[in-house]
Ligand binder design. Structure first.
Ligand SMILES: [Zn+2]
Length: 513
């Protein structure tokens, strides 16, 4: 999971079995490594300047609308698909409510994305996305409305348009999906060239959207203080992720958590803007919201596989691997994103085994990634990983920033299924040992291991007399139950629970809390 609101997206997973869709997926999931190369060719200048309030006239022109409609299914395919449950209808209804004061009633498409990554983003054409990961850490209807209002702010202030020249968007075609949304996956894999690919909104653009969002939130009838509460919830989640990952492996704290915290300053600024509206007595609708999210899938979707620290396991494909110390895994819909030390980056994915076997599969992975870019393939090596046939193919690609070493490890998992790692690094001896450890960790899961991989859901409980945070946290399916409980509910350990108060816990699906 990754935390980010409007500053980048992310995603989660490997494919889901040997289906024809996978040929499409293979192309999509290789985009990020292509970005590593293509990023050397483009530089995007970002300019931001504040507007006076009366200058905001939402105009979604037909071309933007069409582009948004074209990108929508591709975006969903990349980020995990839509989460089609009652929560999605609730989100749409709430979005419409907030769109009214922005003069965008009936003009936006609100989608709940099936990803545990904590994120929300807006795409020109007024396509607005919220992940179920984000919905899980929200504690009131007003907080969720503040996220939607903030995203609508980006649309109204035309940040996407200012950030991204449309010609460039078109030029890059499918690849632009990641650009427009500031895809975390693409940005991360862009490596040294990340600066060129940085499509995060500027701080001033975030402030501008915060201000617009608070205006729409208030006009839609919600307590404007929910905006700063929401930013605080995001910060809490980010701190929790950093801390719990830190206990597992200090080096695995992702870069975004170290360099892009949700600053106290932004939270404070939002609090002051809310106070200035003089509308602090509007409702937050906590209970209505909590009843809506009862049962929401939490964490990894079994169909996309489970990331547990440095370990990945897929109960449907029945495969897994363990990354070496110092590596970070992120479950994205198209691939498992892998970050290692010294700028080592790559992905894990799968596809159908071609008739020509592993040689052809590895060659296809390289071809799809490079698209004819000049490259020199080395000698393929064959071996086995936990009994599974393995082929390792090294390729050197020349870029403007020097040689990049690409290493493909392809596996024949039987029954026509193939899997692969594709890792990019600057050529260095030190990374070879880490890659070898990673490649040799690939294995098939035992039936017992498959059975242990169960989905988790949000459960909403009513606190009874004598219940404490500690007692309720006891029912959490989490490695850090109390900390996790406090983060999810925005509480401190010494804050007493009122009888009848609703709180969220995370429990295994089917388990009685
Ligand atoms: Zn934003």
């Amino acid at each position: 999971m990754v935390v980010r609101i409007c500053t980048g997206h992310v995603g989660t997973t490997a494919g889901d079995g040997a289906t024809d869709r996978q040929s499409v997926r293979s192309v999509l999931k290789l985009m990020s490594v292509r970005a590593f190369l293509i990023s050397t060719l483009f530089a995007v200048a970002i300019a931001g300047c504040a507007k006076e309030p009366e200058d905001y006239r939402p105009d979604i022109d037909p071309e933007e609308r069409q582009l948004g409609a074209e990108q929508h299914p591709l975006l969903l395919a990349e980020f995990g698909g839509s989460y089609d449950a009652p929560e999605a209808l609730y989100l749409k209804g709430l979005g419409e409510k907030v769109a009214v004061p922005a003069n965008l009633a009936g003009q936006c498409t609100f989608t709940l994305v099936n990803s545990d990554v904590v994120n929300a983003f807006a795409v020109p054409g007024c396509y607005i996305y919220v992940t179920r990961g984000l919905m899980g850490i929200v504690n009131s209807e007003a907080e969720l409305a503040s996220v939607l209002a903030h995203e609508i702010g980006h649309i109204v202030a035309d940040h996407g348009e200012r950030q991204q020249k449309r010609s460039l968007w078109r030029q890059l075609g499918v690849l632009a999906v990641g650009l427009v949304t500031g895809s975390e996956a693409l940005t991360r894999l862009a490596g040294n060239a990340a600066g060129y690919f940085t499509l995060r909104y500027s701080r001033n653009q975030e402030y501008e959207s915060d201000d617009l969002g608070i205006r729409y939130l208030t006009q839609a009838g919600y307590d404007p203080n929910a905006a700063s509460d929401m930013l605080a919830a995001l910060a809490r989640n980010e701190q929790y992720m950093t801390r719990t990952r830190g206990q597992d492996d200090a080096k695995s704290i992702p870069e975004w958590a170290r360099t892009h915290p949700l600053t106290e300053n932004r939270i404070e600024r939002s609090r002051e803007a809310a106070a200035a509206t003089g509308a602090g007595n509007l409702p937050e609708n906590e209970r209505a919201f909590l009843r809506e999210v009862d049962g929401l899938l939490y964490g990894d979707d079994p169909a996309q596989g489970f990331v547990m620290g440095r370990r990945f396991a897929h109960p449907v494909m029945r495969i897994g691997f363990v990354a070496p110390q110092g590596f970070t895994l992120t479950n994205s819909p198209q691939a498992i994103l892998i970050d290692g030390p010294d700028g080592l980056r790559g992905e894990f994915g799968g596809g159908r085994m071609p008739p020509g076997g592993l040689d052809d599969y590895a060659a296809a992975v390289v071809d799809q990634m490079l698209r004819g870019a000049p490259a020199q393939a080395g000698q393929p090596q064959t071996s086995r990983s936990n009994g599974i046939p393995l082929l390792i193919l090294p390729v050197v690609v020349g870029t403007q920033q020097g040689d990049v070493q690409i290493t493909v490890a392809a596996y024949d998992a039987g029954s026509g299924s193939a899997y692969h790692f594709v890792m990019a690094s600057q050529p260095a001896e030190a990374t070879a040992a880490a890659l070898r450890e990673l490649f040799l960790s690939f294995h098939l899961l035992t039936p017992q291991q498959v059975a242990a991989l169960r989905p988790r859901r949000i459960r909403v409980l009513s606190a009874g007399r004598g219940d404490t945070a500690q007692s309720l946290a006891g029912g959490m399916a989490s490695d850090h139950p109390l900390e996790h409980f406090l983060m999810l509910n925005g509480r401190s350990a010494d804050q007493p629970l009122r009888p009848g108060e609703l709180v969220k816990i995370v429990a295994f699906a089917g388990a009685r809390p």
